[in-house]
Design a protein around this ligand. Structure first.
Ligand code: AMP
Length: 393
């Protein structure tokens, strides 16, 4: 029987799961339990081409995962017969302690607990996911795959903030990055495809959250997310880079509390804050209607991308490949074209027809004589987690 991995991404009010063949990436079943903690919870389960939607109260993660298990029993495939050899857990914050996947022993579990102050929005939810998954799969190895692990290779000069040293050390304030599983996955595929181990590439994970990484060979040397996923690119609802003095200013002048500023920067800013929409499709539709705030929002978005690609090209000492991934990176030809146009000065040439064509899988969208190979590489974090989990079982 084929071995499979059950991958869990547990958030504060949702759990995403996928039963996956780690060799091929084939998804045998996937789904989502959302609005956990509310009376109008929602379950969506996909298997064998069928989708089941259910509404029910999901008071906590334990109930949610038990309902998911029932769905597997009724709609299939039955988990007992699915050849599961490991459970892979996505963990956002691994701090400086994890440079690869880790079997969830008590010591590893305790470390994830210890890291809660650095990942207050995510790690507590991951811990709930681990607790419940261990009840459902008591005899299987559980593996933690950290979003930060890929960035443990960052040189100190890239990971260190110019903050008073004793304070930074005491409170572990440094750049940890995020989306590492995705950047590692797509940059590895770029190396494989171009058959080069010395590839200088910038990977752009542009989804609702967005980040850029500079990758030399298969090692990350810089990344745009920092202590938290707030830093860096303009995102759906997050500011990305902003002068931290804006926090003091808003507190002094507007009388805002830190919680209010936190919500403002993380949930009400970015594209949504600039033009009222965080879905790029809607933003471009409004650009086409000539709406000034949407036009400006796309300009700010692309400008920030350009700044990072330029900086990372300098850090890498050149650029061989530019990789687009995630919702916007994979689907939004206009954002890709707007960025690539600004990079023509370095001999990058976009193949416009290839850029405009919709497709699946890895594809090259630069011309043969472009100095930089521009690629779309669909990310698949679940598959990456399953692959990494398999390295430990
Ligand atoms: P992700 O977080 O990777 O799931 O990406 C979600 C985002 O991708 C959405 O908020 C949209 O902004 C963007 N997106 C998805 N499809 C398209 C598309 N066809 N054109 C432009 N943007 C898209």
């Amino acid at each position: 029987m084929t071995s499979t991995v059950f991958v869990i991404n547990s958030g504060s009010s949702s759990v995403k799961y996928q039963l996956i063949n780690p060799e091929t990436g084939e998804s045998l079943a996937s789904g989502l339990a959302e609005r956990i903690g509310e009376t109008n919870g929602h379950l969506r389960h996909k298997a064998a081409g069928e989708v089941v939607d259910l509404e029910m109260p999901l008071p906590d993660h334990s109930v949610a995962l038990r309902e998911v298990k029932k769905l597997f029993d009724t709609t299939g495939p039955r988990l007992e017969d699915a050849g599961i050899v490991a459970v892979g857990h996505r963990i956002v914050q691994g701090g400086k302690h994890f440079s690869g996947p880790a079997l969830i022993t008590q010591a590893v579990y305790d470390k994830i607990v210890e890291l809660v102050p650095l990942g207050p929005l995510h790690n507590p939810a991951h811990l709930l996911g681990i607790d419940v998954a261990k009840e459902i799969f008591p005899d299987l190895p559980h593996v933690a795959v950290f979003d930060t692990a890929f960035f443990q290779t960052l040189p100190n000069e890239a990971a260190t903030y110019a903050l008073k040293r004793d304070v930074a050390e005491k409170y572990e304030i440094r750049r940890y990055g995020a989306h590492g599983t995705s950047h590692q996955f797509v940059s590895g595929l770029a190396c494989d495809y171009l058959q080069r181990e010395d590839l200088k590439q910038v990977t752009l994970h542009l989804g609702n959250g967005a980040s850029a990484s500079a990758v030399a060979g298969r090692q990350a040397i810089d990344t745009s997310m920092g202590l938290t996923p707030l830093e860096g690119l303009v995102m759906g609802t997050r500011t990305g880079d902003i002068d931290p003095a804006a926090v003091f200013h808003l507190q002094r002048v507007a009388g805002m509390t830190f919680e209010e500023v936190d919500t403002l920067f993380n949930k009400q800013s970015g594209m949504k804050g600039l033009c009222g929409d965080n879905d790029m499709r809607e933003v471009w539709a409004r650009v086409d209607r000539g709406e000034a705030d949407a036009i400006e929002a796309t300009e700010v978005y692309v400008h920030r991308l350009l700044r990072y690609v330029g900086a990372y090209t300098a850090e890498l000492g050149g650029l061989d490949a530019l990789v687009f991934t995630a919702g916007i990176g994979e689907n939004d030809n206009r954002t890709r074209a707007a960025l690539c146009k600004r990079l023509e000065f370095m001999g990058l040439k976009l193949d416009e027809a290839a850029n405009n064509e919709r497709g699946d899988g890895l594809r090259v969208i630069s011309t043969p004589d472009s100095t930089v190979t521009v690629m779309i590489i669909p990310t698949n974090e679940e598959w990456a987690i399953a692959q990494q989990a398999m390295t430990l079982v």
